[in-house]
Design a protein around this ligand. Structure first.
Ligand SMILES: *[C@@H]1O[C@H](CO)[C@@H](O)[C@H](O)[C@H]1NC(C)=O
Ligand SMILES: *[C@@H]1O[C@H](CO)[C@@H](O)[C@H](O)[C@H]1NC(C)=O
Ligand SMILES: *[C@@H]1O[C@H](CO)[C@@H](O)[C@H](O)[C@H]1NC(C)=O
Ligand SMILES: *[C@@H]1O[C@H](CO)[C@@H](O)[C@H](O)[C@H]1NC(C)=O
Ligand SMILES: *[C@@H]1O[C@H](CO)[C@@H](O)[C@H](O)[C@H]1NC(C)=O
Length: 243
């Protein structure tokens, strides 16, 4: 994940920024602050099909991740999942259902749903799935439907050039998809019959397989979301975000 964080931070090196004029702003003084934030967040992500470097925001369509490692689980998913040149599509369709900022306890808590997340990558897998040996390297696709996410982050405030900023200190992510579809090409060095069979096992058993490595996925995506939010908070002062 080290390379991931460095990769993101390259974009956001300089100082204080204003939100783009196309972004909806919310004032914490207004009674509709909570509802306003939900709408503003939907609106913000929907615009990220291009980068907005001035606000430390990168293009999310697709989001490109050089490398992701999901370690084996302890149940049916006893294989390494290594993804390189991962392209994640669908984040700009994210719909927020709540977004609460607790200024006193310094916590941001949000629930959101990503209707369809499409992952396109080169994979390396090795280990065992259920009782079957599994190995392979090649191009692949994973589609996650209706991914429901709860993301909570704790922040601290600091002052830079006379302006107050947030800094994320730790965060938690819970993620549950409604279904997962796998397509791993070239499993077992291109053995068509075994490859087709294992893809069927993956797809038929997605729920147990996902549950087994859920925390690995959550950890990986938590790091991704953290990097994205950290650059944003590092660039945009609190007054600009919340009035
Ligand atoms: C928000 O309210 C506080 C006090 O409740 C006041 O000091 C501040 O000026 C207000 N800010 C805006 C942007 O209205
Ligand atoms: C995955 O990405 C590669 C490289 O950009 C592209 O050639 C390929 O068509 C994509 N695969 C799918 C199924 O979208
Ligand atoms: C996946 O990556 C990890 C860490 O880089 C490495 O230890 C492991 O051997 C790799 N597994 C496969 C199947 O390539
Ligand atoms: C998110 O939180 C809500 C309410 O706190 C809960 O009902 C839901 O199951 C959680 N979702 C996930 C994916 O853990
Ligand atoms: C796993 O997949 C296999 C092959 O498709 C299927 O026969 C089996 O019932 C599935 N197991 C579970 C626990 O769903």
């Amino acid at each position: 994940m080290q390379s991931l964080i460095i990769f993101f931070f390259v974009v956001g090196v300089c100082s204080s920024a204003h939100l783009p004029s196309t972004f909806q702003k919310c004032s914490r003084n207004k009674s509709d602050f909570r509802q306003c934030l939900v709408k503003a967040a939907d609106n913000c992500v929907s615009q990220l099909n291009h980068a907005i470097p001035s606000a430390g925001l990168i293009n999310l369509e697709p989001l490109e991740i050089p490398f992701m490692f999901i370690p084996p689980g302890s149940g049916p998913t006893r294989f390494d999942q290594n993804y390189t040149d991962l392209k994640i599509s669908g984040l700009t369709k994210t719909k927020f259902s709540t977004l609460d900022v607790d200024f006193d306890n310094k916590i941001i808590a949000t629930h959101f749903t990503i209707p369809e997340l499409v992952l396109n990558f080169t994979y390396d897998v090795g280990g065992k799935i259920l009782v079957f040996p599994l190995s392979g390297h090649g191009p692949g696709l994973i589609i996650l439907d209706q991914m429901v996410c709860n993301y909570t982050c704790h922040f601290e405030e600091y002052v830079k050039n006379g302006e107050k900023y947030f800094k994320i200190t730790r965060s938690e992510l819970l993620m549950q998809p409604n279904s997962v579809h796998y397509k791993l090409d070239n499993l077992f060095n291109g053995d068509e019959q075994l490859g087709t069979q294992i893809n069927k096992v993956l797809n038929d058993n997605w729920s147990d397989l996902y549950a087994d490595v859920k925390s690995g996925y959550e950890e990986a995506y938590n790091k991704i979301f953290n990097s994205l939010f950290s650059i944003f908070f590092n660039r945009v002062p609190v007054s600009e975000l919340f009035g």
